[in-house]
Design a protein around this ligand. Sequence first.
Ligand SMILES: Nc1ncnc2c1ncn2[C@@H]1O[C@H](COP(=O)(O)OP(=O)(O)OP(=O)(O)O)[C@@H](O)[C@H]1O
Ligand SMILES: [Mg+2]
Length: 412
Amino acid sequence: MALRINPFKPNNLAPVGMFAGRIDELRLLEGGLNQTKHGEPTNFLITGDRGIGKSSLLLFLDAIAKGDVTGLDGGKFNFIVISLNVSDKMNLLTFMRIVENNVRREIGKTEVARKFLADTWSFVQRLRVMDSGISGSVDEQDEEVILDEFASSLAETCNRIVKPATGESKKDGILFIIDEADNAIPELRLGYFIKTVTEDLQKNGCNNVMFVVTGLPETVEKLKASHESSVRAFHPVKIKELLPPDRKRVVDLGIKKANEINSEKTSVTEDAKEQISSLSEGYPHFIQQFAYCAFKQDTDLIVDSKDVMDSAFAEGGALDSIGNRYYESDFYEKIKSDEYRQVLTIMSKRMNSWIKKAEIRAEFTGPETKLTNALKALTDRRIILKNKERDGEYRLQQRGFALWIQLFGNRK
Ligand SMILES: Nc1ncnc2c1ncn2[C@@H]1O[C@H](COP(=O)(O)OP(=O)(O)OP(=O)(O)O)[C@@H](O)[C@H]1O
Ligand SMILES: [Mg+2]
């Protein structure tokens, strides 16, 4: 067998051709684009766990918004898309400068457009000086003024591209995709920023800007902390695990891709897909990882359940790789105490089913207070879940985590 290119992507976003499911979410977002195009701007707050597929969904949205692909409901769009990832180093001023840089890159393609942008965004020159600290510190009042200028510059820019000067192409509006918003620090004032800018845009007669903000579930709290009512500016969308048919489709799409790029043709058995589907629990990252390892394991051009199982549980295999990325920091870095780890190890024997505190106590070798503290700390850090319906019951969030603890949890 020749060397084959492995099509599965455990460490990269899923390109449109390998993307499965999320029909409802894509339709909802397409509806938002349509609204925004027609002067009814609609914003979305997309949240979901690590590896659930938020950024890949955004990549698809980006392609629809730019008109690279047609929407599921037939929408054809022509938005300017400005995509940025929030980092934990960004304050409001750096954020606005990054936006301005992106606007320049996306819109300033002609001499006339560049001249227009230079005039409209002239206040950014001042930002550079302020952000570098030359003129002393920036207080909230300064920020207020700058935000106001920012919003009117953005409104002017957007109004110009939707009603372009002669010789310029007409656009549907501007889509902002703001990913990894869970990284937002208080100095970014992200909730406040979006609330203020969306209201100011409206006041400036600009109704064709859409914001899509994405991040881990704690993003909601971060936005609220920044501005209590800011989340009301958004339609909330929670990204959930993929359903079994979509999980299998991810595998099929990968195999299809493999057969496009390799001369030797590979197939996959129904059993293998079933295994990958159930091991993954619907987390697309896990599907890609299990499928990647199974494809690598396979030597006879038929990916079967033995390939899946052998590669899933081996040292350096799929579960081990997933653990390196997702679980190890929970297990070793976020948790400094061996007793806490012992609690997790006891709980993992039940996989991710509920277990009573009394049952944990029966095996736990430390004192009662330690157990109580451990359960509280682990719950606070969202490493375990507390049963809201029944007192004194806890469980691990994911079966994968439980399996990983059992297989690799005492390696260090
Ligand atoms: N709908 C999908 N179909 C196929 N593969 C997907 C899909 N969504 C995500 N993936 C794959 O799952 C993995 C995780 O996806 P992605 O990076 O988009 O998740 P995320 O939620 O942004 O994760 P993080 O919280 O780490 O930023 C990637 O390997 C990606 O290729
Ligand atoms: Mg992401």
